[in-house]
Design a protein around this ligand. Structure first.
Ligand code: NAD
Length: 372
């Protein structure tokens, strides 16, 4: 198969959909890989590394789209790319269709085949191509929180791990899923006194089993949250109710009960946030202060660490890309139900029900395309 990897053109996006190592794996299997000039640069992969891996470099985005049977990307196509996408071309990338109607309509019109990273789903309901970004954001949440706890940045001036003779900082994590667990490992590793809250008792049991001694677990409810926010230095929002807006677990009135210089990192901000006062911020201007409480609410945290994020994402996408390249999208989706669930739009038909419902558009069950 001919695979094209364009350079990401969305503002501040430095990730790339394929590493030189990934290109090598595809080339080894007999595929032709074309990388747009400088596509990997933002992640630390110059053109020469791709050439050494057996890929070819194309000078422009137009040439990359023109030649490819499968386009591998990171972010959803933006308007300037719509016209480059061809009929029958396989687009393997994040789309998040339900949040943006113009993109959905453009992809319907393109008659391409859109396989969305975010809806590839395993039998246990986990989303293997979203997990890596949650891992990055969870770990980063503690790094950022520790930083903003420093006095010159508005924080309480407390060192996360303390020092001998001085108690460590207290970290409260709301939600013990992927983000919360990774945050807990980082905070615990730095020596903080950590509490994870979740509603899911089996999950709390699991966390209590695997976490080190400086991590406690607690049932998530308003009573417990109100009590703990009064003496915790760093609070990380990491809850998710799939398909719904995050619940406001910390409300405006609660800020007054916190210590001045408390830091809130609401990782769930991309789902509306679990802290009422959190509004999306950017890496350029990541924080704001309300009632002496520092709010960090960057909606695309992994974008700040493109090297790690690119490697983490491609570790997860490559096995699927290889199946798609070896078999073509139809046979790959027939053989692997995880990939079949990734199909969102085929030849102008919306084949993912939630996307069709989001815009009151016609829905075509994907079996229409997968039946022999
Ligand atoms: N800001 C970013 O850059 C960024 C990056 C990656 C992920 N995220 C977001 O982080 C959030 C968490 O993602 P995840 O992968 O960890 O999800 P997850 O499904 O693995 O975990 C969510 C956890 O929240 C728990 N939960 C639900 N309601 C709760 C409540 N009321 N109190 C306490 N816990 C509750 C669930 O039981 C679950 O364990 C999502 O909104 C995700 O989109 C943001």
């Amino acid at each position: 198969m001919i695979i094209g990897v364009p350079k990401e053109i969305k503002n501040n996006e430095n990730r790339v959909a394929l590493t030189p190592a990934g290109a090598q794996e595809l080339v080894k299997r007999g595929h032709n890989v074309y990388i747009q000039h400088t596509a990997g640069e933002g992640s630390g992969f110059p053109d020469e590394m791709y050439v050494e891996a057996g890929a070819s470099i194309l000078p422009t985005i137009e040439a990359t789209y023109e030649i490819a049977e499968m386009i591998m990307k990171v972010k959803e196509p933006i308007e300037a790319e719509y016209k480059l996408i061809k009929e029958n071309q396989l687009m393997f990338t994040y789309f998040h269709f339900a949040s943006y109607e113009p993109l959905t309509k453009a992809m319907v019109e393109s008659k391409s085949v859109c396989l969305a990273y975010e809806t590839v789903e395993k039998a246990d309901k986990s989303l293997p191509l979203l997990i890596p970004m949650s891992e990055v954001a969870g770990r980063m949440a503690v790094q950022k929180g520790a930083n903003y706890l420093e006095k010159p940045l508005g924080g309480r001036g407390i060192l996360l791990g303390g020092v001998p003779g001085v108690l460590p900082a207290k970290v409260l994590i709301l939600g013990g899923g992927i983000v919360g667990t990774q945050a807990a490992w980082m905070a615990a590793g730095l020596g903080a006194d950590v509490t994870i809250m979740d509603l899911n008792l089996p999950r709390l049991r699991y966390l209590a089993d695997v976490m080190p001694a400086n991590v406690n677990t607690m049932m998530s409810n308003e009573f417990n949250i109100r009590k703990l926010i009064q003496n915790h230095d760093l609070i990380i929002g990491a809850v998710l109710i799939p398909g719904a807006k995050a619940p406001n677990l910390i409300t405006r009135d609660m800020l007054k009960e916190m210590l001045p210089g408390t830091v809130l990192v609401d990782v769930a901000v991309d789902q509306g946030g679990c802290i009422e006062t959190c509004k999306p911020t950017t890496h350029q201007d990541p924080t704001f202060v309300i009632d002496d409480v520092v709010h960090y609410c960057v909606a695309n945290m992994p974008g700040a660490v493109p090297y790690t994020s690119t490697l983490a994402l491609t570790n997860a996408t490559l096995p699927y890309a290889i199946q798609l390249a070896n078999k073509g999208w139809k046979k790959a989706a027939q053989d692997n139900p995880e990939l079949a669930l990734g199909l969102n739009i085929i030849n102008g038909d919306i084949v993912y029900q939630a996307v069709a419902e989001a815009f009151d558009m016609d829905y075509t069950p994907v079996v229409k395309y997968l039946a022999d």
